[in-house]
Each structure stands twice: as structure tokens, then as C-alpha cells.
Design a protein around this ligand. Structure first.
Ligand code: IMP
Ligand code: MG
Length: 177
């Protein structure tokens, strides 16, 4: 399948850098003196995580998990499968889930339920992007980078059929019309 062309830019590279720095500062203040474990959801959030973590100046660790919620289409199936679980137990830890984007919220609501059952001391979410118009379940998202309109976004880690993750900004896919 040829990659679908890129449309308008939704978040510029400079704005990403600025906001990620701000979020890192907020997280550093909120978790000062805590034992923070960042849980990064593969693959899209890796780019955000690696920039965010460099702006966190309180001791923290990172672990990864992979879930499948989409095939290569642009609609959530609502079915979440764990492809890779965390390497470490999270009982008693202050866990912050780092996500690239919250769309319907189905993936995150599943993750929150599953991780909560493991008994962390605290469990919060930091999402780079959110599409509030698309939300099907209400979720507590403590840190949000940007709210974006109801468009399929690519770049800065976000993909469409595995393409476009390497763009340094966030753009909408061009409308197929
Ligand atoms: P949700 O379950 O509908 O909230 O979707 C969650 C996951 O779907 C995200 O973590 C992304 O991996 C993917 N996703 C949702 N919307 C987009 C988008 O606009 N671009 C790229 N991936 C998306
Ligand atoms: Mg994701």
C-alpha cells in the first residue's frame, strides 16, 4: 500500500519542544522525592518519552509495554491485546503512563484497569495528544500536551500503517477525497 500523503501541520516542531519541556517541569515538581516509574506504550510514545524524560530532573525509571488496538486501519477496534508486558512489577510504585494519543480512550481505559489491579502506589497518565471529540469513555488524564481536532494524526512517533513516525512535527493525513 503506498503511503497516504501528509496534509496540514497540526503541531509545529517548536511547539512540541516547548510543551514537552513544560510537561517535564510539571512532572518534576509533582513527583519530587517520589519513586517515579514511567510506563511507555510502544511504539508511538517512544519519541515523546525520550524527549520528556530529558526534562524530568527527579530520579525516574522507565519500562515499556506494547498493546494492539488498531490494525492498519484508522478506527479503534475496541479490542486490546497485550503484545509485550512490563518487565518489572509495579506494586507500590508511582506509575505514570506515557501515551502518544488518546482517541476513543478504549486502549487507555483497558490499560488503567489492568495496571491498577497490580497495586501501584499511584497511577496517572501523560498523553502528548488528545482528540476530545472522539472520546467514548471518560478518563482522568493528568497531563495533556495538546488537544487536536478530529483528524488522523501522524508524525513525532504517530504512524499510519507504520509510516510517518519520523516526521519532526505532527500533521494530519490528507483527506482521501
Ligand atoms: P484509542 O483506543 O481509540 O484511544 O486509540 C489509542 C491508540 O490508537 C493510540 O495510542 C494510537 O496508537 C492509535 N491512534 C489513535 N488515534 C490516532 C491518530 O490520529 N494517529 C495515529 N494513531 C492513532
Ligand atoms: Mg499508542
Amino acid at each position: 500500500m503506498p503511503p497516504q500523503p501528509i496534509g496540514e501541520i497540526l503541531v509545529q516542531q517548536d511547539d512540541l519542544a516547548h510543551r514537552v519541556r513544560e510537561l517535564g517541569g510539571e512532572i518534576s515538581r509533582d513527583y519530587e522525592g517520589c519513586d517515579l516509574l514511567l510506563v511507555c506504550v510502544l511504539k508511538g510514545a517512544v519519541f515523546f518519552l525520550s524527549d520528556l524524560m530529558r526534562h524530568i530532573d527527579t530520579p525516574c525509571e522507565v519500562d515499556f509495554m506494547a498493546v494492539a488496538s488498531y490494525g492498519s486501519s484508522t478506527e479503534s477496534s475496541g479490542v486490546v491485546r497485550i503484545l509485550k508486558d512490563l518487565d518489572m512489577p509495579i506494586e507500590g510504585r508511582n506509575v505514570l503512563i506515557v501515551e502518544d494519543i488518546v482517541d476513543s480512550g478504549l486502549t487507555l481505559s483497558y490499560l488503567l484497569r489492568m495496571l491498577k489491579a497490580r497495586g501501584p502506589a499511584s497511577l496517572e497518565v501523560c498523553a502528548l495528544l488528545t482528540k476530545p471529540e472522539r472520546r467514548e469513555v471518560e478518563l482522568p488524564i493528568r497531563y495533556v500536551g495538546f488537544e487536536i481536532p478530529n483528524r488522523f494524526a501522524v508524525g513525532y512517533g504517530l504512524d499510519h500503517a507504520e509510516r510517518h513516525r519520523n516526521l519532526p512535527y505532527v500533521a494530519a493525513l490528507e483527506d482521501p477525497s
